[in-house]
Design a binder for this molecule. Structure first.
Ligand SMILES: [Zn+2]
Ligand SMILES: [Zn+2]
Length: 135
């Protein structure tokens, strides 16, 4: 299963050295940062054939932009990170949001918004009891 909802809502912490992403709980500020995934460098250098002097101009223009989002490496790294994060979040079957353990009702298997703990609702009626002064 691919947690596509997580893949659409993330912070990109990637650098030149590798990929890293941060995912947020949809109910609170809790965040999960995926493990750093170093860029995969091919062993050996790519031989640059001295064929295209004309192409050099074009390559110079696009070389940096092609590394950004949309690159196959970026997407696969994001997929790995989202899958990793999905182990720390729960997808509510009712509202479809991804929430953290704190916002998850594990007894009902829904988020706290869809299935609030019953205990909270009855708590307000309880009065304060205590000893004002004892010795
Ligand atoms: Zn949360
Ligand atoms: Zn829910």
């Amino acid at each position: 299963m691919t947690p596509e909802a997580l893949m659409r809502d993330y912070e990109d912490l990637s650098t030149d050295a590798g990929f890293q992403f941060r995912f947020h709980c949809r109910r609170c500020d809790a965040a999960y940062v995926s493990r750093f995934q170093p860029c995969v460098q091919e062993v050996g250098e790519v031989l640059l054939a001295p064929v295209g002097e004309l192409l050099a101009e074009v390559q110079h223009e696009t070389s940096e932009e092609q590394i950004a989002e949309g690159a196959p490496e970026h997407e696969s790294a994001l997929r790995v990170a989202a899958t990793e994060a999905s182990e720390h979040f729960h997808e509510c079957p009712r509202c479809g949001e991804w929430v953290c353990d704190e916002c998850w009702n594990s007894a009902i298997l829904q988020c706290e918004k869809c299935a609030p703990s019953e205990a909270d609702e009855h708590e307000a009626a309880v009065g304060a009891a205590g000893d004002p002064a004892t010795g």
